[in-house]
Structure formats: C-alpha cells, structure tokens
Design a protein around this ligand. Structure first.
Ligand SMILES: [Zn+2]
Length: 374
C-alpha cells in the first residue's frame, strides 16, 4: 500500500502567485502530488498544520557550514532544518583543494541539503581570509572544469572582493572568476565590502544571474550615495538581471541602508544569513530572525517569503524547488507567527523592535518530517 502524507489546515503559501490559500498538500515518495493522483487503496496519513503557515522549503544561499575544519563553519542542520531551512549554499568556505573533504564531512552527512559556491581561491576561506591576495591562489581553468564536471553540488563560484581579501590584486580575481564562470555558464557570487576594489569597477563586470552579497552593508562606499540614490553602475546591474543578496553576516547588514533602499526602490532581493560559528548567537541567529528584522522594517511577509523560496531557486536554477506544485520536491517549511515584541539588532549594533516573529514549527525534506518543534 502506498503511504500518502497530507498536510491539512495550514495557510499554504503559493510562491509563484504570492498568495496564501487554505488547502491540503499531498506528498508521496519525496514529491508533492495532485489530489486526483490519490487512489482509494492508498494509506493516508494526515498531519495537522492548523494555525500554521506552510511554505516551500526555505533556501539560504549564503552560509558557512564547513564544520570542524578551520574554526569557521557551523553545523548545517543547526542552521538548516532546525530553523526551517531545507537547502543551504556554502559560499566559498571551500576551494577546490578541500572540496572532497567538504563533501565527505558535510554534504554527505547533513540532512539539510548542502550546495556550494566554490571559492575562486584554491584554498578557500578555510585557508585564511586573505584568500585572493596572490595570483598563485587562483583556481586554474583546468582545475575548475574538472571539479565542476565531477561535483553536481557546485552551482557557481564565490569571489570575495574587498580590500582585506584581495590585497593589492585589485579587480583581477573577479575578472578571472568571470572567465571561469562563463566557460561553464554558472553565476558568480560576489562579496562586497570595504574598497578597493570599488563598486564602480565591480558592477560593470557582472552579468545577468550573478549575485552581489552583502548588498545592504553599512560600510563606506556602498550601493547608495549620500542622497539614498543607487550608484548608476548598481542600478544598471539590477536592470540587466544581477541579483542583490542580503548576506547578513557579522558586519554586513545595516538597518539604515536597507531602509534607505526601501524608500526608493522595489527591486526584489534574496535573503541570506552568511551565518557561521561566530555570528550565530549574535547578531544573525537564523534565516527566520533575518526575515523578522525585515518585517519590522516594513516589508510584506509575502515578499520576504518569495525572497527565501522561489527567488533563490530561480537564481540557482534549482528545478522543482521553491514552489509547492505537484511534481516538485516535498521540501516544506511550516512556521508560526508570534505577535510578541522582540528586540533585534543589525551588524552595526542598531536595534529594532519587531512585533511579528516567524518561529520554526516543522520542516519536511524530500517528503519526510525531519524537524518538529518539541
Ligand atoms: Zn560569507
């Protein structure tokens, strides 16, 4: 007899239409199925989501989960399924040299799905945080083509383009990253921070599908000028399909910057945490906490849910993710919304009071419950 799981009574978020509907989700064999596919002979197991929200599984496109290696990463399930996140992308912890270890220690052992933007530096972030300070450290084309062909979890490249990372190499590591990415038709995730290189050098090199993480940092020479207007190069990049990503991190998210951006612009952006061991308890905490900060700033829940479901799935070209349609993966995030006041902080230490807070309730990965609030 087939076992069919049914999630009933929840407010189901349809990410593609941006609406909530009170309806049932049918799950069989890792996938969502349509109601009319259910047969009389099936064994139906109901799961009650009364009073809860039911969303496509959250995707966090910037985390560091290379745990127990070089004191950086955090446990993937602790920030993944236990926080309502079904898929994470490790952004550059590993370069090609350590990728085999990363796969054995992390990807193969986590319940949370772990994907990777491979660091353009051979040694990655785990080899030291000035990973692009010498041309010798850059991954070569033949190394890239080999590992990309062997490893389906690698979705793109990570290039950290700020002063402390590139030293006197300027913009050249990004030019190299783009050459490798173009050859294989994958996106580059570019980290921005303290210049040089300047954003006016970085943005013109990017193409449709590339991702700019830490977009809303509060450091000098960010995406907005003194009047809150986007740099012409940043605006042109958004217009041609470059994606802004939040990438909270220890020092890369400013309430002031996002408020100024929101005042004038409605470009969608992805929400990610840049979470790792050192920023987990403060200030990042989780992807839902990051969403709560944006709710407190005045963004709509539906827009924020799109920013962790359908939008990252599209950015990563993940087919069958991010939308709860029959045939798609049964990766599902069930959450509560608590109307309680909570003080939340950005990376600079600025505070905000949030009144509506998302709380993880249950997580389904590949059609199975993998976390339930106790
Ligand atoms: Zn990062």
């Amino acid at each position: 007899m087939r076992e069919i799981f049914v999630i009933k009574n929840g407010q189901v978020f349809h990410s593609e239409k941006k609406v909530f509907m009170n309806e049932r989700i049918y799950i069989y064999n890792e996938k969502i199925i349509a109601k009319d596919e259910v047969k009389n002979t099936d064994n139906i197991i109901e799961w009650d989501a009364k009073g809860k929200y039911v969303s496509p599984g959250f995707i966090d496109i910037h985390v560091h989960v290379f745990e127990n290696y070089a004191k950086l990463g955090i446990n993937a399930d602790k920030i993944g399924i236990e926080q309502g996140v079904t898929t994470v992308v490790d952004a550059g912890s590993s370069g090609w040299i350590d990728f085999k270890k990363f796969k054995e220690m992390i990807i193969n052992k986590s319940t949370t799905e772990v994907l990777s933007f491979l660091n353009i530096s051979s040694t990655g972030l785990v080899g030291g945080t000035n990973e692009l300070s010498s041309p010798d450290k850059l991954m070569k084309m033949e190394e890239w083509l080999k590992i990309k062909a062997d490893e389906p979890a690698i979705l793109g490249l990570k290039a950290r383009m700020s002063n402390s990372v590139v030293g006197n190499q300027g913009i050249s590591p990004l030019i190299h990253a783009k050459t490798l990415a173009r050859e294989t038709n994958v996106p580059v995730m570019v980290h921005i921070g303290n210049p040089p290189p300047k954003l006016t050098e970085i943005f013109p090199l990017l193409e449709k599908g590339d991702i700019v993480t830490h977009a809303f940092h509060g450091k000098k020479e960010g995406i907005l000028d003194g009047d809150g207007i986007l740099l012409p190069e940043a605006k042109a990049a958004l217009e041609r399909g470059i994606i802004f990503d939040l990438g909270h991190g220890t020092s890369s998210f400013s309430f002031e910057t996002i408020k100024r951006f929101k005042r004038r612009y409605s470009y969608p952006f992805t929400i990610s945490t840049d979470i790792y061991d050192r920023n987990f308890t403060h200030p990042v905490r989780s992807l839902m906490t990051t969403i709560n900060k944006l709710l407190a700033i005045g963004y709509e829940l539906k827009d924020l849910l799109q920013a962790v479901t359908i939008l990252p799935a599209q950015c990563l070209s993940l087919v069958g993710y991010g939308v709860l349609n029959p045939g798609n993966k049964a990766d599902i995030t069930v959450f509560d919304v608590a109307n309680v006041e909570e003080e939340l902080v950005d990376s600079i230490g600025n505070k905000i009071i949030s009144c509506r807070n998302l709380i993880p309730y249950a997580t389904w990965k590949n059609g199975k419950i993998v976390y339930e609030k106790s």
